[in-house]
Design a protein around this ligand. Structure first.
Ligand code: ATP
Ligand code: LTN
Length: 327
């Protein structure tokens, strides 16, 4: 069976973008692959984060993974910092990468451009992709399902792995990106040309665990256009197209089907239908998350997951240490 691996950073409240673009995809694959899903908590340190908030986000993220239906009997579910091999291989791969390729990463450019004093750009933000490469390469992942914004990091992982294999005579499997079939990019409701993002909290972001009435309000005031026709056209009608994507992925209905039903019914009517679908999904999810948190199973799930992950990771790290002459 092929191996699939992915992770999410506990940097904030999870959004509808994470849910549609990442978590729902993971669930759909869990029967078909050897699957590893982790909480990328070391990655959450690349920008300043409050320790208490990091702990809370981490607990919520695991609870959400479980509530959405990731089954710990099928999937190795763990926390990155519980498996020390990630940080160790991350260092080795930082030594295999160069400043040029890391400077070209879009996420680095975006996030560092928001820091006015260039001297204070955190080094961790710069070498983030080498840690991500370690996450992937430690487990010989064949496939890495991510949103479109992460594709460049998986490509860099391939470059680093190929370079390493050439230099040291093999060692790593070359992974492939798997993009979400639809919903690879859910956009902000207030600025539909921008990704809905958990670290840029604003009225355009729907948080999975947020107050439902507030989320409904955000959908009802989503930015659209003036022509009042519900039709998918990413270029000229990004707001409506984004809402169509959201509704289509959550209701398992095709975009054409939705266009046919809502085309001439007015935007208010369409937005209400989108809100109904989103809210009913979030309500069920929130109830399950609360149950899971109360049940106390989280620490057990993580303990078992990290043992399984560690068994695989330690073997790979030993092999790499041998290849480069550390053993
Ligand atoms: P940040 O805003 O801090 O960059 P993020 O919301 O992008 O964070 P990540 O932890 O980087 O969240 O992403 C987790 C996964 O969710 C990744 O696979 C990412 O591609 C996917 N994802 C995040 N936002 C969206 C979105 N708006 N649409 C689709 N997928 C998304
Ligand atoms: N960088 C990713 C999270 C992430 C990841 C990974 C995804 C860290 N390590 C390994 C897939 C595979 C992000 O910001 N979404």
């Amino acid at each position: 069976m092929k191996t699939m691996l992915s992770g999410i950073k506990p940097t904030g409240q999870l959004t509808l973008g994470n849910y549609i673009g990442a978590i729902k995809q993971f669930i759909s694959y869990q029967n078909d692959y050897e699957m590893l899903i982790f909480i990328a908590d070391l990655h959450a340190l690349t920008l300043p984060i409050d320790p208490k908030e990091l702990k809370e986000n981490t607990e919520n993220l695991i609870a959400i993974y479980l509530a959405c239906g990731l089954d710990p009997n099928k999937v190795i579910l763990f926390k990155q910092s519980d498996v020390h091999e990630h940080a160790e291989l991350g260092y080795i791969l930082a030594c295999q990468s160069n400043m040029g390729e890391l400077s070209r990463m879009t996420q680095y450019k975006d996030k560092s451009s928001k820091i006015s004093n260039k001297e204070s750009i955190p080094t961790g933000l710069f070498i983030y992709p080498t840690l991500m490469a370690a996450d992937i390469l430690l487990y010989d992942a064949d496939y890495v399902p991510v949103g479109i914004d992460q594709k460049q990091h998986v490509e860099l992982t391939r470059d680093i792995a190929e370079r390493f294999n050439r230099t040291y005579g093999g060692g790593f499997k070359i992974p492939e990106t798997v993009l979400a079939r639809s919903g690879a990019k859910i956009n902000s409701l207030s600025d539909p040309n921008k990704k809905m993002s958990k670290s840029e909290s604003d009225k355009g972001t729907i948080y999975l665990l947020d107050d439902l009435a507030l989320s409904r309000k955000k959908i009802m005031s989503a930015v659209t256009d003036m022509d009042n026709e519900v039709r998918f056209d990413m270029e000229n009608k990004p707001g409506i197209s984004n809402l169509l994507t959201i509704m289509s992925t959550l209701s398992n209905r095709s975009i054409e089907d939705l266009e046919n039903e809502y085309r001439h019914g007015g935007y208010g009517n369409f937005k209400k239908a989108v809100a109904d679908v989103v809210i009913s999904e979030l309500e069920a999810l929130q109830n399950k998350v609360n149950e899971i948190k109360k049940s106390g199973i989280i620490s057990q799930v993580l303990l078992e997951g990290s043992k399984k992950a560690e068994a695989l990771a330690s073997k790979k790290l030993e092999l790499i240490y041998k290849k480069i002459g550390l053993r």
